[in-house]
Design a protein. Structure first.
Lengths: 424, 314
């Protein structure tokens, strides 16, 4: 009796969900933070439901299975997708169609698990070391003294000079592809000393030349037929989503929800966004955390384009050449700094500007020429990805995450750019 | 009178202390939820906020423990227990009413300081024993963070001991019958709150358990052990709130109402400040915070002790 009472209480708790992002999944997942009935958690260990979202490349199924096995019991998997397909190694996964109420569906799974109406999912992968024990010595400690050897196929940490000239242990660490602070599918091979990324390399792009299982939840390419007002509101939404993500990364969950609520129901002009920007710019902690972090050389920033360029002192914006925008009195906003702080401030300023433009645009349409996308142009992400290893190397892990977050990188857009080049 | 209170160890104070810890932890969770709703712009829902901590705790109790590859099976569960025990030990030296404390020893603030230093051992062990990289990095961070503000706490507490001419928390409270320490030397309380945030891994100083480390030291922990850890963090916050109320706001002293009511009110106010800071101040950057801690906060704590010393001259 006592147990079932406890289980009933537990079933009424908000569902801790760990989201594994596929293509076109980030926005819809972030909107879940506005729900009282779901909590997005940072680690699979804290979740009862593994929510796989969007289109998942087949090559990510194995890491996905590893994440699955890290969830504590009782656990269930749900797959939120616009198309039906099977995640064959995760056959227990419940499909949630894009148009249905995901909070309700996930809540149903959670309650059924805790009431014992649904069995907890078993491990997908065998519970054994990935490689055999290959250590040397009586305790398997390996080569020279306490160092060396390759227990379970992984080299022991060896010392190397760090930036202060001290010999410290180097840790070889693969980050991603489902780290919550990472863009979907990003995998970094790193060498870490203490908190510092000594080496950093991008491991492929799973969205290139890989079969995608299921369908993305959001269609990304903007529709040229839409009115200018709708396009600008979409731009504001995109940037507010990005700023909310930044705030969440810095532990400001409640302010992130407030920003996200603005994104979900864009106000009629930019005043509320400007007020938010004003308040955030006064935050010392946020300034400390982003000022001077992830600084991009201005000439490299110009080559990337978009927000990255305009946060580095360039006024390049494809909308400047458009007669309809000229009629509305559009001039690009830009600022100097070229760091993470300049980029989140730029995004807020452009979101406010976009809402003002939307208010002034009425029923106007642009002539359909290639306009500035919220993320610059179609190739911007590819150029960013090339910059990434150089940008992150030498940074502390926290700063590297701040930098990555400030770039609005999307590997699926990279894959589309690559595919376009190959067709051409 | 105060000499009598110095050795007044009351066995009844032990269940009271435990009730304060448990009640305080619950209150922190409720306040945190309510503040979060206010800051996010939604209407605060008191009923929901009151039920939520119980439901979340029940969920963690229903969840199984997970296991990493070769964790330290002994130290891993010991870490949250030690953390919570240190919070309770720190609180044991604080009198809840005149002459009513678990152990209002003559060296009260030394005991509190010792418990605070050992906190970082508990946090480091928590990160280390999981045998997982991100948790380990969280453990490293706790040490870096600890070194940069641990000194502050001792200087600030010595600042409140000077006017009382005693290290006993009871005496420190009694010495504020004329004027609260927060007025006498106003730098002390804000500096002490910074230390409290760090010791409880709360808000801007939640670096070892931060989001970009996927939960850091608590990232590999689930079920009852995670409940224990989250309980211990909040217990530490409660311990600092009660200490702040006693050392700077006159503790149980106050007119008309009974002493414990005053202490309760002041402690709840301090908890509210901690919780509000958690929602309004973002995670600090470790490098920047360390620099500021050594070059700004530490000199400020010297200034605080100087003011206290000059003020305490006969």
């Amino acid at each position: 009796m006592a147990v079932s009472r406890l289980a009933r209480l537990a079933a009424a708790a908000p569902v801790p969900v760990f989201a594994a992002l596929g293509a076109g999944a980030r926005g819809p997942v972030e909107e879940l933070t506005l729900s009282d009935d779901v909590t997005l958690v940072d680690s699979p260990r804290h979740a009862t439901v593994l929510l796989v979202v969007g289109a998942v490349p087949r090559s990510l199924i194995r890491p996905l299975s590893q994440v699955h096995d890290q969830l504590a019991h009782p656990r269930a998997t749900a797959w939120w997708s616009s198309e039906e397909a099977t995640l064959d190694p995760l056959p227990q996964a419940t499909l949630i169609r894009a148009e249905s109420d995901v909070v309700l569906a996930v809540g149903g799974l959670h309650a059924a698990l805790l009431r014992g109406e649904r069995a907890s999912e078993l491990d997908v992968l065998p519970d054994e070391p990935a490689n055999p024990w290959r250590g040397l010595g009586a305790n398997g400690q390996g080569g020279e003294g306490m160092m060396g050897g390759t227990p379970y196929g992984r080299p022991m940490a060896m010392t190397g000079e760090d930036r202060d000239g001290l010999p410290l242990d180097q840790l070889h660490l693969r980050l991603g592809p489902f780290l919550p602070a990472f863009p979907a599918g990003l995998v970094l091979d790193t060498v870490i000393q203490g908190d510092v990324l000594q080496e950093c390399a991008v491991v492929g792009n799973p969205f290139e030349r890989d079969e995608l299982l299921g369908g993305a939840l959001t269609a990304t390419p903007p529709d040229p037929e839409r009115t200018l007002a709708a396009m600008e509101r979409a731009r504001a939404r995109h940037h507010l989503h990005g700023v909310a993500r930044t705030l969440r990364l810095h532990g400001l969950d409640a302010l992130a929800r407030r920003t996200l609520a603005l994104a979900m129901a864009p106000p009629d002009d930019g005043d509320r966004v400007r007020y938010l920007a004003h308040r955030l710019e006064r935050s010392t902690a946020l300034r400390w955390a982003t000022e001077g972090v992830g600084r991009i050389d201005p000439s490299a920033a110009e080559a990337v384009g978009g927000i990255v360029a305009r946060a580095a002192g360039w006024s390049s914006d494809a909308r400047s050449d458009d007669p309809v925008y000229a009629e509305l009195g559009f001039t690009p906003i830009f600022r100097h700094g070229s760091d993470a702080q300049a980029r989140w401030r730029q995004r807020l300023a452009e979101a406010a500007q976009a809402l003002d433009l939307a208010a002034a645009a009425g029923e106007r349409r642009s002539d359909g020429a290639a306009l500035e996308l919220p993320w610059g142009d179609d190739d911007a992400d590819r150029r960013l990805l090339d910059l990434l290893p150089g940008l992150l190397t030498g940074q502390e892990l926290g700063d590297a995450m701040t930098t990555l977050d400030s770039l609005d990188l999307d590997l699926e857009r990279v894959a589309r750019a690559v595919a376009r080049t190959e067709r051409a | 009178m105060p000499l009598a209170s110095v050795y007044a160890n009351d066995w009844l104070a032990i269940p009271v202390l435990l009730a304060v810890v448990v009640g305080g932890v619950y209150l922190v969770s409720v306040l945190d939820e309510l503040f979060g709703e206010v800051v996010s712009g939604s209407r605060p829902n008191l009923g929901r906020s009151l039920r939520l901590p119980v439901r979340q705790a029940a969920l963690l109790l229903c969840q199984s423990a997970t296991r990493t590859e070769h964790p330290d099976r002994i130290l891993w569960p010991v870490a949250p227990a030690a953390y919570a025990a240190l919070a309770a030990a720190g609180m044991a030296v604080i009198p809840f009413a005149e002459g009513f404390a678990v152990a209002d020893v003559r060296t009260g603030i030394v005991v509190f300081g010792a418990a605070e230093v050992l906190t970082f051992v508990a946090v480091y062990l928590h990160g280390w024993s999981a045998n997982a990289p991100l948790a380990l990095i969280g453990g490293y961070r706790s040490l870096v963070q600890g070194f940069s503000f641990m000194l502050l706490s001792m200087f600030v507490l010595i600042g409140v001991a000077l006017p009382a001419r005693s290290l006993s928390v009871g005496q420190i409270v009694e010495a504020q019958s004329g004027l609260w320490n927060v007025v006498r030397h106003p730098l002390g309380l804000p500096l002490f709150l910074v230390v409290g945030l760090g010791a409880a891994l709360w808000g801007p100083l939640r670096l070892p358990d931060s989001r970009e480390l996927a939960g850091g030291t608590v990232g590999e922990v689930s079920g009852p052990q995670r409940l224990a850890w989250e309980f211990a963090r909040r217990a530490m916050l409660v311990s600092y709130a009660v200490m702040a109320a006693s050392a700077f706001l006159g503790g149980y002293l106050g007119p008309w109402l009974p002493g414990p009511v005053w202490l309760l009110g002041k402690s709840v106010a301090m908890l509210a400040v901690f919780v509000a800071l958690g929602h309004l101040v973002g995670r600090v950057r470790p490098e920047r915070f360390m620099a500021q801690a050594w070059t700004v906060l530490l000199p400020l704590s010297f200034l605080d002790i100087l003011i206290a010393g000059v003020e305490a001259l006969p």
